[in-house]
Ligand binder design. Structure first.
Ligand code: PLP
Length: 385
């Protein structure tokens, strides 16, 4: 199975595919079998059994995903949260402490702030763009540092180079949620990260029709994470694996269009008199612009903005646009729009939201792959109606 391909586009199509093809099938079939004939496997984790993440559908995805990020290994999981929780519970043991970026995806934030203490784990939130402040937060029991490629919903970029360097210098495991960037825009292993985590529900699958996750990174960590996953049970169903495998093949094409649409829409919004603020790392006015240019190959498909006006005006705008579907999540072929204060960040107190810069009027857009001009025209009519 393991041939080396140079470019990401070729890896998406060919990496991890079986050679020879199974019964000549061009598309990897779905192995809808819970168990497989015993063929002398020595260890529990190698027994061919569906929960042990080693059916042909799992194995092919592991190889393809590792190749995409130029990492040694990967494991797929039942959801993004299964990837994140299993990775964290592998890296950390009772009594350990972790440094975490202060602006996290809501599910991760809840896991850390609500569940960690039941497992004897401690955390300190750090500012992702202030490396000078991190050393003072390290404790004797600090084991890891955890950040996100782009923060949600304000699309800021932490000093990711400094995170990987800081982890190395202090013997910490560096972990990054790379969901918002996708391997097309950012490949953490190339910058020295130990582990990259994904909600494959988003860009990797790209069609808003499954839930899945992945951990990609150093082989020794991935092996430990796979064993923990086998115990915790968050394995990916072969049917979802098949859809993820199919969706991945067009990742480069989709993300290129997501990037292009989001940049053009961000530029249109930034120039419109009805718009107060636009948050997108691809705008030269963004604080994250220089860092994003250095680290990323594209700025991603998600942007946020505020209209001049109150919540009622933001809601009215969302009713007027025709193409975006008002729904949470991101990374699909269709444009989705939400007001984070009522969806992804509704669990945060109003005071915490305000402190994080998430106003009640903020609108987040996951820009799809529709024609750029149709999207811009739709936003224009809704702004000017
Ligand atoms: N990480 C990020 C950045 C996300 O946006 C999400 C979901 O929205 C997750 C992780 C969790 O993924 P899942 O819903 O697949 O469990």
């Amino acid at each position: 199975m393991s041939k080396k391909y140079k470019s990401l586009e070729t890896k998406l199509i060919h990496a991890g595919e079986p050679h020879p093809r199974i019964n000549g099938a061009v598309a990897l079939p779905i192995f809808q079998s819970a168990t497989f004939e015993y063929s002398g496997e020595a260890s529990y984790h190698d027994i061919k059994y569906i929960r042990l993440n080693n059916t042909p559908n799992h194995v092919a995805l592991h190889e393809k995903l590792a190749a995409l990020e130029n990492a040694a290994a990967a494991v797929v999981t039942a959801s993004g949260m299964a990837a994140i929780s299993t990775a964290l519970f592998t890296v950390l043991s009772a009594g350990d402490h972790i440094l975490m970026q202060d602006c996290l995806y809501g599910g991760t934030h809840d896991l850390v702030t609500k569940d960690f203490q039941d497992f004897g784990l401690a955390y300190t939130f750090i500012k992702g763009d202030d490396p000078a402040s991190w050393s003072a937060q390290i404790q004797e029991n600090t084991k890891a540092i955890y950040v996100e490629a782009l923060t949600n919903p304000l699309l800021q970029v932490a000093d990711l180079k400094a995170v990987a360097g800081f982890a190395k210098a202090h013997g910490l495991v560096s972990m990054i949620d790379n969901t918002f960037a996708s391997p097309v825009n950012f490949r953490p292993a190339e910058w020295g990260f130990d582990l990259s985590l994904h909600s494959a529900t988003k860009y990797l699958n790209g069609h808003s029709d499954i839930v899945a996750g992945a951990v990609i990174g150093r082989a020794e960590w991935i092996e430990k994470i796979r064993h923990k996953l086998n115990h915790l049970g968050g394995s990916l169903d072969p049917h979802a694996a098949f859809l993820l495998h199919r969706g991945l093949k067009t990742l480069a094409l989709r993300v290129a269009k997501n990037n292009e649409n989001a940049l053009q829409l961000a530029q249109f919004l930034a120039a419109h008199p009805a718009v107060a603020n636009v948050y997108y790392a691809g705008l030269e006015s963004s604080e994250s612009y220089a860092r994003a240019c250095e680290l990323f190959e594209g700025f991603g498909g998600v942007l946020s903005f505020e209209l001049k006006g109150d919540v009622a005006q933001a809601e009215a705008f969302m009713q007027k646009v025709q193409l975006p579907i008002i729904a949470p999540s991101l990374g699909g072929v269709e444009t989705l729009m939400t007001r984070p204060a009522t969806t992804s960040h509704a669990g945060m107190s109003a005071a915490d939201r305000q402190q994080s810069g998430i106003t009640d009027t903020l609108i987040r857009v996951s820009v799809g792959i529709e024609a750029t001009e149709d999207l811009i025209e739709d936003f224009r009519q809704a702004l000017e109606d």
